[in-house]
Design a protein around this ligand. Structure first.
Ligand SMILES: Cc1ncc(COP(=O)(O)O)c(C=O)c1O
Length: 427
């Protein structure tokens, strides 16, 4: 796919695009000077390698972006792929082909293609599961007090409309204690766990595999909100053993915005009812016979999506997976979890002035770190960081009144040092 790009640039340069007044950013996007992970050597000079990776992102160089947890900027190869396929659709009327993306996603997250439905964001996947799960009044679902609104809203809605009962726990400082808290909430009315892999608040990596085993042992569904898994951590959903996993490509996978996917364990396709159906989601149907024919749903997870998709965006998802694979998830994981630990260690040195909200045990820490500056409201902390051209996120969820920094491969240690300096000054 990367090589296709050069062909595209050539065509674009000699075609209509070249003769139109195109905005300067578009010129930049199709610049011949863009390099690719496969063009550079890690072994030669590690720091140089990461600097070159940084150059593959159009992300502003005037600012320090430490908010990948909200939105992962895409690198040029992904953006170029999206452009290429958008143009192709408009030049040639190209249609269809997005099922291939489900195959590639499945491989990336250790699932089979028949278990992957394309969605547009995490919230859509959560809604599909929440509505499709066979629950009745009084059935209990266990969640955290650290939900993102997209994780909470669908379940709150079902509680309001159908009388399901939501029980919550607060993630603990250790995985073992977190598991204990979940276990303590399970009773004979419990029907499901609906828990984030990594809460948006303080970025703690939850013990997903153990939570899913606990659910399986107790005969209840395990649903994981995986907004922050793929692209940061190695994900193998079959190994994790979850029943359902909703994720997106626009955070840690660095893919196009408005692209996501949902995993439904094969054995549960018929249990997880689909309500919105169309094109790809049905088996035979006929409105010209009596009685009308409707044979039911597609045998795979295609039953959960329908209608025309934006092929260019899903091709961008494939390109994002290629980009990550070209660097290597091992390398990415090591670098960005290293940033998480480094930042946490630096903040821990400000003992007494900072509340460290992310657990310090290695298995529970990723590359999102949550903290509270004791002296200063979180909004002010974000504001001062912004004045210093650093973007972090304020965390208002559940009255946490804290801040969060998240790191990806386009970041470097000196950017983290700058944030630490700013926090020191505030504290
Ligand atoms: C844990 C968590 N769940 C769900 C969401 C919602 O994601 P989306 O905007 O893709 O629906 C987010 C977004 O930040 C999140 O952090």
């Amino acid at each position: 796919m990367f090589n296709d790009r050069r062909k595209f640039i050539k065509t674009a340069g000699t075609g209509l695009l070249a003769s139109l007044a195109i905005p300067s950013f578009a010129n930049e996007l199709i610049s011949e000077s863009v390099i690719y992970p496969s063009d550079i050597s890690f072994e030669e000079d590690e720091e140089k390698y990461w600097k070159q990776i940084r150059q593959m992102f159009p992300l502003s160089k005037e600012k320090i972006y430490l908010n990948n947890g909200t939105m992962g900027p895409s690198p040029y190869p992904v953006i170029d792929t999206v452009h290429k396929y958008m143009r192709d659709a408009d030049e040639n009327g190209t249609y269809g082909g997005w099922e291939k993306t489900a195959e590639k996603l499945a491989e990336f997250v250790g699932a089979s293609a028949e278990e992957i439905a394309l969605t547009h964001n995490v919230t859509e996947g959560i809604n599909i599961i929440c509505w499709g799960m066979p629950l009745k009044k009084g059935d209990e679902v266990i969640m955290t007090t650290h939900e993102h609104v997209g994780g909470a809203a669908p379940w709150l809605n079902r509680a309001k409309l159908h009388g399901i009962v939501i029980k919550t726990f607060t993630p603990a400082a250790t995985a073992a204690e977190t598991l204990q808290r979940i276990n303590d909430l399970i009773n004979k009315k419990t029907r499901a766990l609906a828990i984030p892999h990594i809460p948006c608040t303080q970025g703690q990596v939850m013990p997903a595999k153990e939570m899913c085993k606990l659910a399986r042992d107790k005969g209840i569904f395990s649903f994981i909100d995986g907004a922050h898994g793929p692209g940061m951590l190695h994900i193998n959903l079959h190994d994790m053993g979850c029943d359902f996993y909703a994720s997106c490509s626009h955070k840690w996978m660095l893919g196009p915005k408005g692209t996501g996917f949902l995993y439904v364990r094969k054995e549960l396709l018929d249990t997880m009812q689909t309500y919105s159906v169309g094109g790809s989601g049905l088996q035979d149907w006929n409105m010209n016979v009596t009685p009308l024919l409707f044979k039911g749903y597609a045998p795979d997870a295609k039953r959960y999506y329908y209608g025309t998709q934006n092929l260019a965006l899903y091709k961008g998802v494939e390109s994002a997976i290629d980009f990550i694979n070209a660097i290597g998830l091992d390398r990415i994981n090591k670098r960005i979890l290293g940033f998480g630990k480094y930042f946490q260690d630096e903040l821990l040195k400000l003992e007494g002035k900072i509340d460290m909200l992310t657990p310090t045990e290695d298995i529970s820490r990723g590359s999102v770190i949550g903290f509270r500056v004791k002296s200063t409201p979180f909004g002010k902390v974000s504001e001062i960081a912004g004045e210093n051209k650093i973007r972090i996120r304020g965390v208002a969820e559940n009255g946490l009144n804290s801040n969060r920094a998240s790191f990806h491969i386009y970041n470097n240690k000196s950017e983290i040092d700058k944030l630490v300096e700013v926090i020191k000054n505030i504290a």
